[in-house]
Design a protein around this ligand. Structure first.
Ligand SMILES: Cc1cc2nc3c(=O)[nH]c(=O)nc-3n(C[C@H](O)[C@H](O)[C@H](O)COP(=O)(O)OP(=O)(O)OC[C@H]3O[C@@H](n4cnc5c(N)ncnc54)[C@H](O)[C@@H]3O)c2cc1C
Length: 273
């Protein structure tokens, strides 16, 4: 199995991990939960060029179960699979997630959202492993905020249950397709980790970067997308160092404008402090 993190992240960037293990069942994921970092689809991370000196568990525990309007998923389930299942079964509430290339587990940790919707609107509970023990946390106990949850660094989501509403399958599909089209119109399709920075309340950092003329700025193989100034794209052969150089330019623009914005992307491995 390939131990290069570049093969397990949507950015296509990252050096070797000491060990990569793929979890394909609830039991395998639970066993690996205490060993290192769990990644779903690696769509919100920047992995170091030096890799990671530990175990990376790749979550492929995928299953979808329905009980009335409640759907419970294995945390490795891709959001696109979940959206397709919901549309087929006439269940509405997560259409906004179509086109987000992550897993359910990653989406719970990050409180993923788009077009005014977020995981926290629909999550009933998550079954997690904390310090080797299974715990069920309700939505309120997960401490959701904008693109964040209160899950601890070592908490691993195993299953997640969502409360949905009945709808007409063709309407649900049409809404999902509309969101996906809006996404295609405004976001690049190349290798990326989505938005680099979170938007502080009422502020569009993408607009600030655009006004500062950052679109198209390149360092090595990494470029600030000409389509969306808060997204960095690996146009081929980009290193984490290239990406970090662009992030540091973005940070200085934010500093100049007096805007305090936190990175949304998660750093994996050593970035030298
Ligand atoms: C093209 C593109 C578009 C995107 N658009 C959006 C968008 O519109 N809205 C949005 O919110 N995000 C967006 N993202 C970011 C990303 O897809 C989401 O945050 C997604 O939910 C992350 O899921 P993942 O499985 O890829 O997580 P990963 O990147 O694998 O992991 C992200 C973090 O979650 C942790 N994690 C992963 N799985 C688990 C688990 N089972 N239990 C506990 N912790 C876990 C990881 O350790 C890491 O800290 C986009 C990304 C891309 C590349």
């Amino acid at each position: 199995m390939c131990d290069l993190l570049s093969d397990w992240t949507t950015f296509g960037i990252g050096g070797r991990a000491r060990r990569i293990a793929v979890a394909r069942s609830r039991g395998e994921l639970t066993d690996l939960a205490c060993e290192g970092i769990v990644l779903g689809r690696g769509s919100d991370v920047l992995a170091s060029d030096d890799g990671y000196d530990g175990t990376i568990a790749i979550n492929r525990y995928e299953r979808i179960m329905r009980d009335g309007n409640t759907v419970t998923v294995g945390s490795g389930t891709r959001l696109c699979e979940l959206c397709a299942f919901l549309a087929e079964n006439g269940l509405s509430g997560l259409e906004w997630a179509l086109g987000i290339p992550g897993s359910a587990g990653g989406a719970v940790r990050m409180n993923a959202g788009a077009f005014g919707g977020a995981v926290s609107d629909r999550l009933l509970y998550a079954d997690i492993v904390r310090d080797g023990k299974p715990v069920r946390l309700s939505r309120d106990e997960l401490g959701f905020g904008y693109r964040k949850s209160d899950l601890g660094k070592n908490d691993v989501v195993i299953d997640a249950a969502f409360a949905l509403e009945r709808g007409v399958p063709s309407d649900i599909k049409a809404r999902g397709a509309q969101y996906a089209a809006m996404r295609r119109a405004t976001q690049p399709t190349g290798k990326s980790a989505g938005s680099v920075f979170k938007n502080p309340r009422g502020v569009s950092v993408g607009r600030i970067f655009d006004d500062a003329g950052l679109k198209g700025l390149r360092r090595g193989g990494a470029v600030i997308s000409p389509k969306h100034a808060n997204i960095i794209v690996n146009t081929g052969g980009a290193t984490a160092r290239d990406v970090c150089e662009l992030i540091s330019v973005m940070k200085s623009v934010l500093l100049e404008k007096g805007v305090a914005a936190q990175e949304e992307i998660i750093y994996i491995g050593d970035f030298g402090g």
